[in-house]
Design a protein around this ligand. Structure first.
Ligand code: NDP
Length: 491
């Protein structure tokens, strides 16, 4: 026993922690050089095409179709045919089987989808792997469960499908938004024509492979790629009974004008400028993590991002100091590196928009903080940014930046916090950080926001309805509420 060497009291502590690169392999994804539109279960050769790139490297990943009026006509006709000849009259329990199958296949192929999502959209692999993919599968599972229970969800109201749904989705959560749109529509017995965003079509196109694997009848889901012109053709199409749109408030308003008087059903999930409200009795370190998650998750390309931080004056200084220190530890870079916290900005256009608004913030007099950060030479990047000394009237406090940029404002009383938080044309989400349960309820009743998170932020669940007030849109996605836009009632 005496021979045993005594261990030193303390292990040496390294002076600096660095991360070795931990890249996720791209080999799991097999890209085609060229993709067409997916109509009636077949690939249709496009008459016009464009290149889709990786925003992290600017390399071309594939050529995809720019959908024309004829492509949209064909897709809507295929959806109508599938609706009338089988899908809408299929028993709910049969429709559920397809949705369960799709969910299971997504789980099985989740690594492939996660890599492709990060490649085409720029988001960190740990987010696409741990958030986008599990949630997308969960949405199909959840709505599969409702497909044969619609009469119980809406008792005495005789729910029936609406018909053909035109669905237009954005580039911030490409596959997840596809799941949010398709799962309730199919569960209710509708057929669909979906247009992915121009910059992120690849996971939607890979998803067509899942539809084939699941042996979904041809024409039930049709995917036409292209830019806003393709979206506008879909909105305008006489053969479409319902439009579901997620994107900017500007385009949402244009769609609402276009559809006025047509009798088509419409749901809009638009922009936001969420208030994340931090009281001085909160768990401060936990709140800092929530603030970081609220605005730097997915590079801030999140409609419900906590882009306005309201700090109670009594904790303003320690909070901002902790926040700045935390920012220094964020790793910005290769989306496919498992260590990366903040990936690439989705497009040059979006980078220009963020840059313009940040310049406006500086000019208007706000104080900018950006941690030291080495950005890759190629691709589109933006350093995580915090603005302090922000006035309510500044553009950075009013407009949706949709990037990793936080505006910090202050308040003294709960009443003032509510008033300032609600002083926005938007109303999608809000966050409250406090130890007091009664204050959480008091705030939640007064905040004009579709979702209010308490002591957390950016939590999503298929069972929980999501949607906005005011210019953030109308209609709910998720939960039992998410079925309603895809049903008509024969009362
Ligand atoms: P858009 O609203 O233009 O894009 C959303 C979707 O609508 C895309 O598929 C788009 O196609 C399509 N679209 C564009 N114009 C029309 C039209 N006239 N009729 C029908 N569909 C159309 O958003 P952007 O990508 O231009 O982003 C601009 C700003 O919008 C961002 O900076 C951000 O502030 C906000 N935004 C908000 C989102 C949210 O979830 N709330 C999501 C995305 C953006 P295409 O991809 O070709 O443009």
């Amino acid at each position: 026993m005496t021979d045993i060497e005594k261990k030193p009291d303390r292990a040496p502590v390294p002076k600096e922690w660095t991360y070795a690169p931990a890249p996720e392999s791209r080999d799991v994804v097999r890209l085609q050089e060229r993709y067409g539109h997916f109509i009636a279960g077949e690939w249709v050769e496009p008459s016009d095409t464009y290149a889709t790139i990786s925003p992290a490297s600017e390399e071309t990943l594939a050529t995809v179709g720019q959908g024309t009026q004829e492509d949209v006509d064909r897709a809507v006709a295929a959806a109508r045919d599938a609706y009338a000849n089988g899908w809408s009259s299929l028993p709910g329990s049969e429709r559920a089987k397809y949705l369960f199958r799709i969910a299971r296949i997504l789980q099985e192929r989740s690594r492939e989808f996660a890599v492709l999502e990060s490649l085409n959209g720029g988001k960190p692999i740990k987010e696409s792997r741990d958030v986008d993919l599990p949630l997308a599968a969960a949405h199909f599972f959840y709505y599969a469960g409702w497909a044969d229970k619609l009469e119980y969800a809406f008792p005495n109201r005789l729910p029936k499908p609406v018909g053909v749904a035109g669905q237009i989705i954005p580039w911030n959560f490409p596959l997840l938004m596809l799941a949010w749109k398709l799962a309730p529509a199919l569960a209710c017995g509708n057929t669909v024509v979906l247009k992915p965003a121009e910059t992120t079509p690849l996971t939607a196109l890979l998803f067509c492979d899942v539809l084939r694997q699941a042996e979904l009848p041809p024409g039930v889901v049709n995917i036409v790629t292209g830019d806003g012109r393709t979206g506008a053709a879909l909105v305008d199409h006489d053969g479409v009974d319902k439009i579901a749109f997620t994107g900017s408030t500007e385009v949402g308003k244009a769609i609402q004008r276009q559809l006025a008087g047509t009798g088509k059903k419409l749901t809009l999930e638009l922009g936001g400028k969420a208030a994340n409200i931090v009281f001085d009795d909160c768990a401060l370190d936990q709140a800092v993590e929530g603030i970081v998650n609220g605005i730097y998750f997915n590079q801030g390309h999140v409609c419900c991002a906590g882009s306005r931080l309201f700090a109670q004056e009594s904790i303003y200084e320690p909070l901002v100091e902790k926040l700045k220190r935390r920012l220094e530890t964020l790793r910005v870079g290769d989306p496919l590196d498992k260590n990366t916290d903040v990936g690439a900005i989705n497009s040059k256009m979006q980078l220009d928009r963020i840059t313009e608004l940040v310049e406006a913030g500086k000019e208007e007099g706000a104080e900018i903080y950006q941690p030291p950060c080495r950005l890759p030479e190629k691709g589109y990047w933006f350093v995580p940014t915090v603005f302090t000394n922000v006035a309510q009237s500044y553009r950075i406090a009013q407009e949706e930046i949709f990037g990793p940029v936080l505006s910090v404002l202050t308040f003294r009383t709960p009443e003032e916090a509510v008033e300032k938080a609600n002083n926005t044309p938007y109303g999608l989400s809000a966050g409250v950080w406090t130890e007091k349960g009664s204050r959480i309820l008091w705030m939640a009743q007064r905040l004009r926001a579709g979702v209010v998170w308490a002591n957390t932020f950016n939590r999503f669940d298929p069972t929980s309805p999501f949607g906005g007030y005011k210019e953030s849109g109308f209609g709910r996605e998720g939960g039992r509420h998410g079925l309603e836009p895809y049903l008509r009632f024969e009362e």
